[in-house]
Design a protein around this ligand. Sequence first.
Ligand code: 16G
Ligand code: ZN
Length: 541
Amino acid sequence: MSKFTITEQQYRKHCKTGFKYSYGTAGFRYKADVLDTVMFTTGILAALRSIYLGGQTIGVMITASHNPPEDNGVKIIDPKGEMLAQSWEAFATDLANAASQGYEELVRATTKLVSQLQLDVCDSGNISVARDSRESGPRLLQALIDGINIFKEVSIVDYGLLTTPQLHFLTWKSNEQKDRKWVELDYYEEFLSSWFEIATLSGVKSLPFSVQIDAANGIGASKIQEMLLNIDFFRSKITLVNSNWQNSQLLNFSCGADYVKTNQRLPNGVQLNPKDNCVCCSFDGDADRVVFYYVDQQGVFHLLDGDKISSLLGKFFQKLLSDAYLENDVKLGIVQTAYANGSSTRYLQETLKIPVSCTSTGVKHLHHEAINSYDIGIYFEANGHGTVIFSDILVEKIDKRIQEKNLADSEARSLRLLKAFTKLINQTVGDAISDMLTVLAILCIMKWGPSDWDHEYIDLPNKLVKVVVPDRTLFTTTNAERQLVTPEGLQSKIDSTVAKYDLGRSFVRASGTEDAVRVYAEAATRQHAESLAKEITALLK
Ligand code: 16G
Ligand code: ZN
């Protein structure tokens, strides 16, 4: 094992003491002014992770997603484009907190980790980095790069400004096919070529509706301009709003997926006439989430959230599998969290008869369940973050069947369509652009407008409340966060309260991103959902 050197000067350039950090559900996420320390140590950690994995490319994304402009964050992407392995989250937290205690502590903790993992720090490594449009991004990037550069044989590819899912995709591709350099244009090429293949196979010559995209004044706006607005097919039908990504103060302000989902209303800048035949959607600040919406003939706003996206995709793939005579060979399933609307779960299980799993909140949990349990695993959080994962075995099966002679035209077309969707969908992580194109393609093929999609089931009225408590760590859960284990006795009080409400359901869990607990309640009427939420909240005081 050779040596590495972290100089005191390097440490002082970026690190400060006295803050306690934790690698949370979506990486480190704080006010940008306390993040320099963490960026430096994340650079060190990402380099070690790549060395540990024999030089495979590790991604590092600098973003705070839907948070306000003054926040920022960082998350590490593993070689297949998935989230950092959970066992390494603790190493990331330990290194950051060591640096926050002082220079010697950081050197000690890094040396200990290197020896614990038996790493040769002269081995080579590869890191891909990118950032969203926040003002603090360039400064934090420098801290990250200086951290990585502690290890001389670790190279960096800086992609500049990207959406989070673009970096997941490029990180995965860099490992899957190492003999070439992967660039942003490859991302556009991959998804656009699958889009046009699907359009050709389905005879879609133009979009049968107009599309409004609210890009939350985030980096997704710039990518939509580069990817879609140069192409006639899209330019004539797509209007981009909240596209001012260069003014970072506007990021996520009164717009974007989180704003629309939380407030159940149109974002700033979107005006809809009920007569417009328009499909609208909102991305979040780093374009890894999307929700859709429309206004009906009476001018009433309707949200088509992650649960609705799952249900649309579930119905579509079920039909496509049956058209390809694959329905008996392929396990199609949906993964949700406890936040999924009860009506969506009932619709999937009882109407479509598709199996549904429930996991804890956080993309990594849903992602793993989708991979482990299904050949086509569709997962979406209600907030619009999700994707579809197709097993390798299924893709091989499709490829083999496509080669078969004497296939009926319709069967061959269905198989080709299925194959094209495996490429249109960014399987590494939820991707607003790819998910949007997938939904638009399905609506075109099914000849549906947003209200047809919406009418498949009616959401139960629901209410989400944030409650600040003295110590949220006292709230521990089981059964995919649907029941409390502690504080002792609280769950039985919740159960007896819920039992009083028709179609009532409620659960309490500690937030993984804020110092609070969240109460979710749903019931047959809006009034009952609100009063159930109130009663449960009162139990926490
Ligand atoms: C993070 C998660 C998101 C989850 C949210 C829950 C990822 C990439 N992001 O933003 O999926 O819905 O946390 O927040 O996993 P909460 O724990 O504060 O309710
Ligand atoms: Zn995001």
